[in-house]
Design a protein around this ligand. Sequence first.
Ligand code: NAD
Length: 498
Amino acid sequence: MKRTYREFQKIASELKPEGRAFIDGQFCDAADGTTFITENPATGETLTKVAHCKNTDVDRAVAAARRVFNAGTWSRAEPEERKEVLLKIAQLVREHTDELAVLESLDTGKTINDCLDEIGGEVPNFFQWYAELADKTFGKIAPTGPGAMALITREPAGIAGAVLPWNFPLVMAAWKIAPSLAVGCSAVIKPAEQTPLSTIRLAELMHQAGVPAGVINIVPGYGETAGKSIGLHNDIDTVSFTGSTEVGRMFMRYSGDSNLKGVGLEMGGKSPFIVLDDALINDDLIEHAAMSAFWNGGQNCSANMRQLIAKPLVEEFTGKILDRVKAFKLGDPLDPETDIGSMITKDHKEVVMSYIQSGINEGAQMVTGGDSDLPGFFIQPTVFENVAPNMKIAKEEIFGPVLGIMPMDTGEQAISIASDTDYGLHASVFTQDIDRALHIARSLPCGTVSVNGFSEGDIKTPFGGYKQSGSMARDNGTEALEQYLQTKTIWIHTSEKT
Ligand code: NAD
């Protein structure tokens, strides 16, 4: 049964968040003893001090990860053993959902309902799904003549680094940790400096579930120090990064400047939401349009902020979306009545507000939204009408609650406007005609297209971007395993003796 606001507040008041690093099966301070503060963005209140990890700490984590990897304790364990441990992690996350969700909400400003959905659902489901793959990931045997037997085997890549964003902290941690551990890698994870607490707590639960010391290591810290150390480390074999395109680019360089480690990148987006002239502007479509833009306060890589609406439908769409958007309730993220929480930091709020100002300056009409007078870093869900494709708010990723309505004439024009961006993560298209839907889905250069809905898919389907939204790597689905596996050919010469 869902808890009340008062109950969530009580859980919050009793939490004692752990802020130390987790290296080689133990909590520890940064080697130089320094810390930084993580705060609740909805109140500005300090939550706790966090270990400020740097090179030495990353070295220590990698050494522990390498030691256990080479020992084979996890990397060469029976796949069924890894499966049992990952299933136990899923169970422990489910048992601690309320605590983890409150911790996540306090550290991020995300609503408690979203945190409960993610941590009660997606996070444990991830561990469960990849647990089940641990003993079902097969190699192959190539066709040969009688003179050879050719085995194509899959081996864990080794030490997997992961550098994470702040918008879905525990979900992103699960996206990287579950597949890497399922195939036998050891992992060194750097959560975002704004939101380290849930990932640190997850490490403790993983240890409790039976993950051996050294297999999972959490090094909280800043990008320019701990993140860069992971990117440049000569003993990390593969790194999976989720965050901005600007920093993703650096990970490619880090790899080139160090050991040419594998690099998987999931980055930004500027996703279109296309409503063709035969679509029905009903409650379902409006709900998808509103949630695609304002879920998680718009701090979502696949948010559909460019809403391209067929001209004959613009008036009806605008009226209905405004009614829906005005019903969103901003407030304390711990209150289950709240729909939209806080922006992650004061600086980020300022960036988003500067985009709102640029929309006004460039001549789009702001029909609702703008700044909020709530304490913390809140912005009201904001809608602009008459957004033109060349405006800054139509081109750049804002990563906040700013939806732009862009009137368009034809499906071909929608494809052209939607494709005219360096990003290629996600798109939605609404129509009653399956031929039009498929034509547009096939034409758009992006990793996921949702028809008559807003969805990134689920655990079973690969997620990642075309163009500068991603590298060729994918998270989720069986495809995610490719980031953490390497292929070895064992070619055996044979003769036909009896
Ligand atoms: P960011 O790129 O600023 O930071 C991401 C991570 O990189 C953080 O852990 C940060 O500490 C680290 N980092 C920063 N500078 C670094 C450096 N010089 N060297 C090494 N590491 C460094 O991104 P953010 O602000 O945390 O997250 C928002 C971005 O993430 C948006 O662009 C969003 O679209 C993207 N995102 C993408 C996906 C996806 O799956 N495609 C999912 C969530 C978020």
